[in-house]
Design a protein around this ligand. Structure first.
Ligand code: GCW
Length: 691
């Protein structure tokens, strides 16, 4: 009997402390009895009190709702934290939400060991910090690699998974204040009365954590769901249909955030189907939402198979509409002009308009960066975009500043991230991909944080505080280095020097620069992007080619226009260069390409090795899980290098320099290999190697 009890206890203890990653960065280690006092009584303040009571390890804390000059200046999400760990700390804000954010900030400060004296005052750089779920109603996730959708639509609103609250808590802890629940490829069904009830159940759980709920809508909903003969945005009945629908939503969800819209993009319906503009469509929805303070996030991800360079089309469609949008419309723009590639220049729509609010859309899920199999810390990618100078109003007009309202005031400022979350135990599919969810929240709050700051914080919170053996001191610099180098490694073995979109057509995991489907849309074929021929490689977007460079402000456009001044890490995006073009290294383009791919493989190996070196400092469960993924990542890097070099060699007709590793694959075999992916987009990554 005793033995049995012991076994039961052991199972229980190992389950409680299982290091499966499910606790994310929320592993605070308090004693559960801190002294917290406040007069605030709402649900959000209660959460702040509960978190601090359980996790804080210092002297007593007071939470004040204060409307002083100082707190007013910080707006309704900002906070002031003052005091000393030994003698007591106060958190003040004009709102309960500010208190909650202050509480999480204080706990972060405690866990990252920043000292005893605390004096922090903070407010957000973007007003709306929103996750976009590409979750379908059947619980598959478009470009999701961490299991199924968290939303158990079939069981809602009756059954409430405990994960909903855990999700809200994780988001609140990094100041995310909005979520779009469903895919932008939206089913009209989401607006049915049945689903609005389900959405309400989720919104009720998220509300105390300061998170507003939004929905992606299908522009044809009036016809498809409402049975109207048209969805023309200027039609009276259509307008009325939306007005009533919005009313119905707000009746159940009084703080509903608004709509996200993908229209006239990749075959989806939109105002242009009725001869109307994006502004007509967006404004019609904005008018319906206005009385409730709702907003419209209208996506600029539009392109058609015309003769015009795809990279130019969004700018061409949207800039003439500057000034025509209502003030509760924000144009949501992907960081690059094509599509979340491992490296792109920033979209020229940032810095193009003066009277229209524009928000960056970032992709947290790794559609183009190795799914949840490859490690790629994306804060470096996002910062590269946010720190890029658009020169909209002279030097220093960075993407961050033209979108946060610093340059031209905008009524709303926002940043969206396509989430990488699913039902996997560790939420994100890869333990290290949790850092990307974390980094998105931290950057949207304060885009001046550096990728280093963020990752160091994340490592300490996720892998534990320093122990007596100084483990964390050993872990932090090493893991931080690995993380900071990871995205560049992926770029280097997949698409260096500005190459882009040379992925397999149906999934975006492996290389297929050769892909050619007879009769398919040319702008969905890799050849459209790499343009390899006997003469050279790359897409000529200079003034002699598609002239996409003209969409940027001076002096950037002149810099990009000439191969001599265009940064080499993006040169083949803007130029078609001869194979014997002399690069800065003195090598020919062909040799440089070979050496760069080879360097990418070496970088993948270095990542793998660096992870192995961390074995003494990481719990066995997470260590092994990540280790197994690095093996695949390294093999994939070789797959990418061999596939791309052997294919491009058919055009360059030059030898692979002896200084680099020899290809180990046969091009024909790589060409005939078809990777299958399941409907939850989990690629069976063993397929190539099992053959
Ligand atoms: O990146 C492409 C993806 C699509 C996605 C689309 C978009 C949701 O391959 O899966 O659809 O972009 O952003 O709308």
């Amino acid at each position: 009997m005793k033995k049995l009890l012991f076994i039961i206890l052991l199972v229980f203890v190992t389950q409680v402390y299982a290091e499966d990653g499910s606790r994310l960065w929320l592993r605070f280690s308090g004693n559960g009895n801190a002294q917290v006092t406040t007069k605030a009584k709402g649900a959000t303040a209660n959460i702040a009190v509960r978190e601090l009571r359980e996790q804080w390890k210092g002297a007593k804390i007071t939470l004040n709702i204060a409307r002083t000059k100082e707190t007013n200046l910080l707006g309704d999400e900002g906070y002031l934290i003052k005091g000393n760990r030994e003698t007591g700390v106060s958190i003040s804000s004009s709102s309960e939400k500010g208190l909650l954010y202050g509480a999480y900030q204080l706990l972060r400060w405690q866990e990252t060991g920043l000292g005893d004296e605390i004096n922090i005052s903070e407010s957000p750089r973007y007003e709306l910090r929103i996750l976009n779920h590409w979750d379908n109603l059947d619980r598959t996730i478009e470009r999701g690699y961490a299991g199924q959708s968290l939303w158990e639509w079939e069981k809602l609103p009756s059954v409430i998974s405990p994960r909903y609250e855990a999700y809200a808590r994780a988001n609140a802890s990094i100041n995310i204040n909005g979520t779009v629940l469903n895919n932008v490829n939206a089913s009209p069904q989401i607006l049915s009365a049945e689903y609005i009830e389900k959405v309400k159940a989720l919104a009720d759980i998220f509300r105390p954590y300061g998170i507003k709920t939004y929905l992606a809508i299908n522009f044809s909903s009036p016809a498809e769901l409402g049975g109207l003969p048209t969805s023309d945005p200027l039609n009276k009945e259509v307008k009325l249909w939306w007005k009533n629908k919005v009313k119905e939503i707000y009746k159940l969800i009084p703080d509903f955030g608004g709509f996200l819209v993908k229209a006239n993009s990749e075959g989806l319906p939109g105002p242009q189907d009725f001869g109307r503009t994006h502004a007509d469509g967006a404004n019609m929805l904005a008018d319906a939402l206005k009385p409730y303070k709702g907003i419209v996030m209208w996506r600029a991800f539009v392109y058609n198979p015309t003769n015009e360079d795809r990279a130019k089309q969004a700018y061409q469609e949207f800039t003439p509409l500057d000034g025509q949008f209502r003030d509760n419309v924000i144009i949501q723009v992907k960081n690059g002009p094509v599509d979340f590639q491992p490296r792109e220049p920033f979209s020229p729509l940032f810095g193009a308009m003066k009277k229209t609010a524009v928000m960056p859309e970032l992709q947290i899920t790794q559609e183009y960066l190795g799914f949840s199999t490859h490690a790629a810390y994306l804060a470096t990618l996002w910062k590269e975009c946010l720190d890029s100078d658009t020169y909209q109003q002279g030097k220093g007009s960075t993407v961050a500043r033209v979108t946060d309202g610093s340059i031209y005031p905008q009524k709303h400022s926002a940043m969206a991230g396509i989430t990488n979350i699913g039902t996997d135990v560790n939420w994100c599919g890869h333990q290290l991909a949790q850092a990307n969810w974390y980094a998105f929240g931290r950057l949207a709050w304060n885009h001046e944080l550096t990728p280093e700051d963020i990752v160091n914080e994340w490592i300490t919170l996720t892998f534990g505080e320093p122990d007596n053996q100084g483990n964390s001191q050993n872990l932090n610099p090493k893991l931080s280095k690995l993380m900071l180098e990871s995205r560049e490694a992926v770029v280097t073995y997949m698409m260096p020097l500005g190459l882009h979109h040379i992925f397999a057509l149906d999934h975006h995991y492996g290389p297929e620069p050769w892909c050619d489907v007879p009769g398919a849309r040319p702008d969905w074929m890799p050849k459209y992007y790499h343009r390899a021929d006997a003469g050279g490689l790359g897409f000529d977007r200079s003034s002699k080619g598609s002239n996409a460079v003209s969409q940027y402000h001076s002096p950037l456009k002149e810099e990009l226009d000439k191969p001599e001044t265009c940064p080499e890490n993006i040169i083949l995006w803007f130029h078609h260069l001869p194979w014997d073009y002399t690069m800065k290294s003195g090598r020919t383009l062909w040799d440089e390409l070979c050496y760069t791919y080879d360097r990418g493989v070496q970088q993948a190996r270095t990542l793998q090795k660096s992870w192995d070196e961390l074995e003494p400092y990481v719990d066995a469960e997470r260590f092994r899980e990540v280790q197994s993924k690095f093996k695949i990542q390294t093999r994939d890097a070789v797959w990418w290098k061999d596939g791309c070099l052997l294919y491009f060699q058919e055009f360059s007709k030059r030898p692979i320099p002896y200084g680099i590793e020899r290809p180990v694959h046969e091009l024909d075999k790589l060409k005939s290999f078809r990777m299958k992916i399941s409907n939850t987009e989990k690629a069976d990554i063993n397929q190539l190697y099992n053959k």
